[in-house]
Ligand binder design. Structure first.
Ligand code: HEC
Ligand code: HEC
Length: 285
């Protein structure tokens, strides 16, 4: 084998290896960043199945949407708004991916997409809902985990430090992130499992990646979120500090106005000035 042939063999090998590496990069990126919410088939999970998404949109659109779907939605892009509405306004987290990574993802999805003829009718979320009837105990433990009354087995902050919801037994939580009152309605059990165990949102990943929430705790949290969603129209909604403080303030003021006269009823019926004035008048006479 002369030198030239071996160089070209090496080059060819290198070429294939780099293609392989890129394909693998696409796959591992997809598994770590997208698979919580997307399948590469046309089955829906939290987000739409991504089979043949390369035919539905241009590569440019894909990259823009994946890196910041909300920016595209807010700009009024018709396709982006449509799919956002269709998915009950579930927010897809922004990804800080490089151009090369976005290309790798696009190519990966393209490479694993089934041929058009094999694509069955799109499944709906309803198809995969399994009945979930939690017990009272699960709901209560979930509530305590959510509010921080009970600590997570593996540590990690309580959900209430970032999330608010409307439930009268719980005092309002952090307004830092989305309100979870109706999240069960939108995501159902499967979707919530994906969110709590897959941690697609960076802020939550930081909180729990080293303090993984257990399977049992996940079920308890979902039990509680289901209860919250079902009971939401029966709650007074007084649990936000603002309302409680306002109402306490008003009641307090009324009480005080009633109490003060009880102490003071004997005191100065007329102004002090008047007594001095009369004395002055008298002494002048
Ligand atoms: C937390 C869940 C979540 C994660 C993680 C996520 N997505 Fe999404 N994605 C969604 C939802 C929900 C939609 C539907 C549109 C919306 O609600 O904004 C969507 C829509 C899309 C769409 C448009 C699909 C269509 O048919 O119109 C593409 C493309 C997409 N996502 C790609 C990705 C890629 C690539 C990743 C990984 C880098 C990713 N998504 C990660 C939830 C997610
Ligand atoms: C450090 C703050 C933080 C903590 C703690 C936290 N979250 Fe989140 N969570 C977020 C952020 C930020 C988002 C993304 C919402 C957005 O982009 O608007 C989110 C999103 C979610 C969503 C998706 C909401 C939607 O409408 O799509 C669910 C469900 C959720 N969190 C549940 C939980 C549960 C259950 C816990 C407790 C185990 C928890 N979170 C703890 C910050 C937090």
């Amino acid at each position: 084998m002369d030198k030239n042939t071996s160089t070209s063999i090496l080059l060819v090998l290198f070429f294939f290896l780099s293609i392989l590496a890129q394909a693998q990069e696409g796959e591992s990126l997809f598994k770590s960043k997208c698979a919580t919410c997307h399948k590469t088939s046309n089955k829906r999970s939290i987000g739409p199945g991504l089979a043949n998404v390369h035919e539905k949109y241009t590569k440019e659109w894909f990259k823009n949407f994946v890196n910041s779907s909300q920016t595209l939605i807010k700009s009024g892009d018709a396709d982006a708004v449509k799919i956002f509405e269709e998915y009950n306004k579930v927010i897809m987290p922004d990804q800080a991916l490089s151009d090369a990574e976005l290309n790798a993802l696009f190519d990966y999805i393209k490479s694993v997409s089934p041929a058009k003829s094999e694509v069955a009718a799109t499944e709906t979320v309803e198809d995969k809902i399994t009945p979930f009837e939690p017990t009272k105990e699960e709901i209560l433990i979930g509530q305590n985990l959510f509010s921080g009354k009970k600590r997570f087995k593996n540590g990690g902050p309580s959900c209430i430090s970032c999330h608010d919801l409307r439930y009268d037994d719980i005092i309002a939580g952090g307004g830092l992130s989305v309100n979870l009152t109706d999240v069960y309605d939108r995501l159902k059990k499967e979707g919530l499992e994906g969110m709590i165990t897959g941690l697609p949102f960076p802020q939550m990943k930081i909180s729990y990646q080293n303090n993984q929430i257990t399977e049992e705790e996940t079920t308890q949290l979902i039990a509680f979120l289901k209860e919250v969603s079902e009971q939401r129209y029966y709650q007074l909604g007084l649990t936000s500090y603002k309302n409680v403080l306002l109402i306490c303030g008003i009641i307090g003021a009324i009480l005080l106005m009633g109490i003060f006269p009880l102490f003071w009823y004997k005191r100065k019926k007329e102004s002090v000035n008047k007594r001095i004035y009369e004395r002055q008048i008298k002494s002048h006479n």
